[in-house]
Write a protein that binds this ligand. Structure first.
Ligand code: KG4
Ligand code: ZN
Length: 339
């Protein structure tokens, strides 16, 4: 079965064609970063309008480049939530309309499920069950993935998500948007011994996270220092170390507690090279296997949506023509089976 995937939950327009026999046939991405950069963050209305402009041309390019004719598409998967409601509705409307035109089934996919399954697009793909560390701009969660469609949240952030903390901290330090990659680049020049920031919520039991205090720590440290290039880099490094260390401590705890032997990294912060190598070391030390999507499939993309949708469409699941989008949508509300 060949599925067109559409992702428009935030500021990337992502599309892909996934074939359940041949794998990923192609993907295309248009990032709106330049549009939002001048405002220092995503402007929802501008995001929706740009998805409208870019989505159909991007689908045309994708079909050309993946040598796929519209009549070879057997189903359509689009992100139904969580995300920005206007942005989601663009993908849902285009997805449903194409499905009606081409007379194929369509399905709304949970954005976080897409992230959790992105590692399935790589070789070797992990087998189930596994522990997933989902670190995106909107969510930080440790999820036990028993099988496709069965997700148990073991712990999550009680305030800012890891990506959000990266973005807000970058803003405090005067870095551009999106802040995560900019802060990670700056941290490379920082001295790891200059500052030592707290590892929030690691002293008490449990698997929840809290990152909003770190941001305040950055602000008070920055204000108390002579503000120059090196101090900025040192603070970025201390912040990144604190986040990575905290994530690694909780992953270790979750692996121990659950007895799971496979760890999957998912979401935009999963593109962070130092996080990837740190979790690689942890996995080695604990004799567990670690799996990462390629960096471009850590951040928002159409391939993960095409994959997650294809698995369900293949078993005959689909939804009627009417559609909705869900700005908030807890992933543990999903409970379906493909076996
Ligand atoms: O998964 P994603 O593309 O969107 C959401 O679903 O939220 O994640 C975007 C987040 C942003 O907060 C961005 O700053 C962060 O991922 N990010 C990074 C890196 N690349 C992206 N954070 C740290 N280091 C990176 N290299
Ligand atoms: Zn995302």
């Amino acid at each position: 079965m060949r599925v067109l995937g559409i992702e428009t939950s935030c500021d990337e327009t992502g599309v892909a064609v996934y074939d359940t026999k041949q794998g990923l046939l192609g993907h295309a991405l248009y990032s709106q970063t330049d549009i939002h950069a001048q405002y220092g963050g995503v402007v929802p209305e501008l995001a929706s309008r740009d998805h409208i402009r870019k989505l159909i041309p991007l689908i045309k390019t994708l079909l050309n480049e993946s040598h796929t004719k519209p009549d070879e598409i057997d189903g359509i998967a689009y992100t139904a939530g969580p995300g920005l409601v206007g942005a989601l509705l663009v993908g849902a409307a285009v997805g449903r309309s194409l499905a009606w035109t081409w007379q194929v089934p369509a399905i709304g996919v949970h954005h976080l499920e897409g992230h959790l399954l992105a590692a399935m697009l790589e070789e070797p793909a992990p087998s189930f069950p596994f522990l997933a560390l989902l670190v995106s701009g909107g969510h930080t969660q440790l999820v036990e993935v028993a099988e496709i469609g069965k997700y148990i949240i073991l712990g999550e952030s009680v305030d800012d998500a890891a990506g959000e903390a990266f973005d807000k901290t970058a803003k405090l330090l005067g870095l551009g948007y999106p802040g995560g990659p900019a802060l990670a680049r700056l941290a490379e020049q920082g001295n790891p011994d200059a500052f030592n920031f707290p590892r929030p919520m690691t002293q008490r039991p449990g698997l929840d996270f809290s990152f909003s205090g770190l941001k305040t720590h950055v602000l008070t440290t920055w204000r108390a220092q002579t503000q120059n290039k090196q101090t900025r880099a040192d603070i970025a490094r201390a912040f990144e170390d604190a986040v990575i260390d905290t994530l690694a401590i909780k992953c270790r705890r979750a692996l121990k507690q659950s007895g799971l032997t496979r760890l999957i990294i998912a979401g935009g912060v999963g593109a962070n090279q130092r996080l990837r190598s740190r979790l690689g070391e942890l996995a080695k030390e604990m004799s567990v296997s670690v799996y990462y999507p390629r960096p471009i499939f850590c951040t928002d993309n159409g391939a993960m949506i095409a994959y997650a949708g294809a698995i369900r469409l293949e078993t005959g699941q689909s939804e009627p023509l009417a559609f909705n989008a869900y700005p908030r949508w807890p992933i543990n509300e999903l409970n379906y089976s493909v076996s």
